[in-house]
Design a protein around this ligand. Structure first.
Ligand code: ADP
Ligand code: MG
Length: 553
């Protein structure tokens, strides 16, 4: 069969044929196949008696992580081979969902007697497949910063204790092979103790690495980010592309990265394969970080969440259900529901302004309804009719409930600076009142406060469905005291599909903010940052838009 007949018989769309060949499969030398590479696909058709169109496989180059050429050890055989690795979305056995499943296409080239010439031909194919699949990536809409350079030198940190203690097994079972297929050179580092990764990235010569990837839960990435920001060259260091592979029990960022890619929800090893695929594709976007000031500890940086009350308690108490893997949060939630507590505290925040770039703008969609700002001790803000004012759900804030404490007529611009890391321009010292353009929440009795800057709180908890990694937004949720156990359970069940905001729960408030302050009044309690326990006491936070780099889809 020549190229003309192939073109007439096999190509059903208008994409350009760039290579055509006829090869046998590496594992079956009996049947020949025609192989066509177009700009978009690799099309493999079994030649012989089967009618055209049957036995034809069209593999999208979007799903291809790599392609390599090689010769086998057998010196008597002049053949060379090329293998292309695909991870297409496939329907799961007995379920309606789809997940990425590995598919290898391996061809044997033996047209010539000269092994070198066969290898050259195989290399030509491998290069062409790689180049075209790299071109087939979806280029994002401005969020994309870059692509990982090739060859890529990757530091891969694995926490052998995370989750059920299975991270190394998962690495051996999936990730090692995927990285090899994608031509990514990686150095595996197994962490030995808490803060090992933090110290490593603080001290390492970062020019040796094109990316730092963690395979663990969110806790290990928290260490890496804080380690990078403790360096004197933090500004450069925090631009190192960071990747995440779910190997722990709290894999919220991994679930978020998967969610941002637009794929339907998956868990466990399917989530790992999806994140491995996205890592191999190597698209790098920006990621927001949130700086956190505690009353006496040094400033911290967070990429995921800040929790107080119910969620923080579940985070901590569910440690003992670690053997249950990701289900530990479900178990923890049920246990804590049985002994529901109320937490006292003061909460204030700086809403996202309408003009996102306007640092000093009025709260989004709010208008000043008190004319006499000078004389009123508590000028009030009320929601305007503007449709963009959707930041206050469920009309929890009616009339007098959005109070702004009067301090100065303009917020203090005194930046809090503690090196290294970027200065915080929105915060005043914790000992001072919050600036005048902040909103003080009137309630002081809460069941939970949760600030999220990624979509997922856990693999199966879609807390902030419209979050993205670099929107410069903190999604602030709080649940006021008075909610029944049943209603709170309903919220968490709805959160599995990200539907909690549609439940019309009168106790739940969601608002988008750029900074917030929390002053717990209950003498005892838990506060967690990215799932890790931090000092309990007053704190305030500010988002730093796009400060870090994340390998995502
Ligand atoms: P998980 O989601 O299972 O909790 P994490 O990645 O959050 O997994 O890790 C949990 C904790 O383990 C983190 O505080 C991390 O710093 C710590 N850690 C990292 N490496 C080790 C190790 N080798 N042994 C014990 N703890 C470790
Ligand atoms: Mg965000």
């Amino acid at each position: 069969m020549d190229q003309r007949t192939a073109g007439a018989g096999l190509i059903t769309d208008s994409s350009l044929v760039t290579l055509y060949g006829e090869f046998t499969l590496t594992n079956n030398r009996k049947v020949r196949h025609s192989v066509i590479l177009t700009d978009r696909d690799l099309i493999v058709q079994r030649l012989g008696s089967a009618p055209l169109g049957r036995n034809k496989v069209v593999l999208s180059l979007k799903d291809c992580v790599g392609c390599r050429a090689y010769r086998e050890d057998d010196k008597a055989d002049p053949a060379a081979h090329f293998a292309a690795y695909f991870y297409p979305l496939k329907r799961r056995w007995m379920s309606s969902g789809v997940s990425r499943q590995r598919l290898e296409q391996c061809f044997r080239l033996a047209a010539l007697q000269d092994p070198r010439a066969n290898l050259e031909e195989a290399e030509k194919w491998a290069r062409a497949v790689r180049e075209r699949s790299a071109r087939q990536q979806h280029l994002g809409d401005g969020v994309l910063q870059s692509k990982l350079s090739r060859p890529c030198r990757m530091m891969l940190l694995v926490n052998p204790q995370s989750g059920k203690g299975q991270a190394l097994t998962l690495y051996n079972g999936h990730i090692q092979r995927m990285l090899h297929e994608a031509g990514i050179i990686h150095t595996l580092i197994i962490t030995e103790r808490q803060n090992h990764a933090r110290e490593l990235v603080r001290e390492t010569d970062l020019s040796q690495w094109d990316a730092v990837v963690i395979m663990s839960g969110d806790g290990l990435l928290y260490e890496v980010i804080n380690g990078l920001l403790e360096r004197s060259d933090w500004e450069e260091a925090i631009r190192t592309p960071l990747g995440i592979l779910p190997g722990g029990s709290g894999n919220a960022l991994a679930a978020s990265v998967h969610y941002y890619s637009g794929a339907s929800p998956v868990m466990g090893e399917e989530l790992l394969v999806s994140c491995g695929f996205l890592l191999c594709k190597g698209l790098v976007s920006r990621m927001d970080l949130v700086s956190i000031h505690l009353s006496s500890s040094p400033r911290l940086f967070s990429f995921l969440s800040l929790a107080w009350g119910f969620v923080a308690d579940v985070d901590v108490e569910s440690e003992k259900y670690r053997h249950a893997g990701a289900a530990r949060f479900t178990v923890g939630t049920l246990v804590r529901l049985a002994s529901l507590r109320i937490y006292r505290g003061k909460l204030a925040y700086l809403p996202v302004s309408k003009d996102h770039s306007n640092k000093d703008g009025l709260p989004n969609g709010l208008t000043v309804c008190c004319n006499n700002q000078e004389s009123s001790p508590t000028p009030t803000f009320a929601p305007s009719n503007d449709s963009s004012c959707n930041t206050f759900h469920n009309s929890c804030h009616s009339n007098n409930s959005l109070k702004v404490r009067q301090t100065e007529s303009t917020p203090s611009r005194r930046a809090i600076k503690s090196l290294p890391g970027p200065p915080d321009s929105l915060l005043v010292p914790l000992s001072e009142r919050v600036p005048a353009n902040w909103v003080v929440v009137p309630e002081e009795d809460f069941v939970l406060m949760l600030a999220m800057y990624q979509s997922h709180l856990a693999e199966d908890l879609l807390a902030a469905p419209d979050a993205s990694s670099d929107d410069g937004i903190i999604h602030l949720f709080y649940v006021k005291a008075g909610i029944s156990r049943a209603a709170l359970l309903r919220l968490f069940l709805a959160m599995e599909k990200g539907a909690h905001l549609a439940t019309n729960c009168q106790h739940l408030v969601h608002t988008k903010v750029r900074a917030l302050r929390l002053e717990p009044l209950s003498p005892k309690g838990m506060i967690t940052v990215d799932g890790e326990v931090v000092e309990y006491g007053p704190l305030q936070v500010e988002v730093h838009r796009g400060l870090s780099r994340l390998i995502s889809g």
